[in-house]
Design a binder for this molecule. Sequence first.
Ligand SMILES: NC(=O)c1ccc[n+]([C@@H]2O[C@H](COP(=O)([O-])OP(=O)(O)OC[C@H]3O[C@@H](n4cnc5c(N)ncnc54)[C@H](OP(=O)(O)O)[C@@H]3O)[C@@H](O)[C@H]2O)c1
Length: 288
Amino acid sequence: MVAEKLILGTVQFGLNYGINNSTGKPAKAEIFDILNYASEHGINELDCARAYGDAQTIIGDFLQQSNVHFLLNSKFHTQGESISEQAKQTLKDLQTKQINTYFFHDVQDLYSDKEKTLRSLLALKDAGLIVKIGVSVYSNEEISYCADIEAIDVIQAPFNLLDNANKRQESFKRVKDRYKELQVRSVFLQGLFAKQAATLPDKLAPLAPYIDQVYEHCKNSNIPVMTMALVYALQMPLVDKVLIGVETMEQLKQNIEAANTILEESVINFIHQINVEDEALLYPYNWT
Ligand SMILES: NC(=O)c1ccc[n+]([C@@H]2O[C@H](COP(=O)([O-])OP(=O)(O)OC[C@H]3O[C@@H](n4cnc5c(N)ncnc54)[C@H](OP(=O)(O)O)[C@@H]3O)[C@@H](O)[C@H]2O)c1
């Protein structure tokens, strides 16, 4: 089942998030419905973080009140509270006994005191409080650096129609050559692919010709844009897991249905000729 390759992101449950957000964060009852629906349709993993507002406590309440089980991933920073204190608070908020993958939220925290931080994480692993150690990254240099660290089990990086295999193939291959798990996020570029090029903010205008190309190709081949965006990531052989963020039940239903589509080779070839020149615009942190 393709949905098993999906991880449901949860920043949308705790913060008003995304370039195209018109609905704000969903109400608690809708989040519960989304989590139930996700589980019933084969999604068994959630991407959480303490930095995502009250998302973790809402998920904890849901898990407490339901019989549903998810693998729960979370993230930490190295400033302030110790990693072990942060992990304990996350376990309490999520009302669970174990974090599946515990991610460096910021790879800079790995650069700054690698040995000491990895020792703390390995101790959490020995104690059974976490199963895997992960890092969230952006650039190919960061991916390659993390791929070469033995203690790292999982790497999470951006990947989408514009930030595609042209740019990522080599570094993704390095991750898989070292038998690590590769997760990708940003497959809808924070919802940007749901926006027509003509409605992009001025700063993102240089991306308009690429978005236009995508819309034109989707129209000609009769594929919804969001389907192309999701299935492109799901069909990438090097990718183990694909994160998606949703703000409504309707979006989740559409995405789960879309996940069963198969893209023909001609569509993949079309995507692979898209080569965005100004790569900085592919990173949402540069958009404001
Ligand atoms: N590790 C990190 O540092 C990091 C950073 C960012 C995110 N994340 C994780 O990744 C998850 C996903 O975030 P992302 O940035 O990668 O977002 P994304 O999945 O690329 O885009 C999600 C946005 O796309 C829109 N969308 C989704 N399905 C849709 C549909 N069927 N039709 C129309 N619009 C649709 C929604 O926004 P609108 O309705 O507003 O358009 C949604 O909020 C987050 O929840 C979080 O868990 C991690």
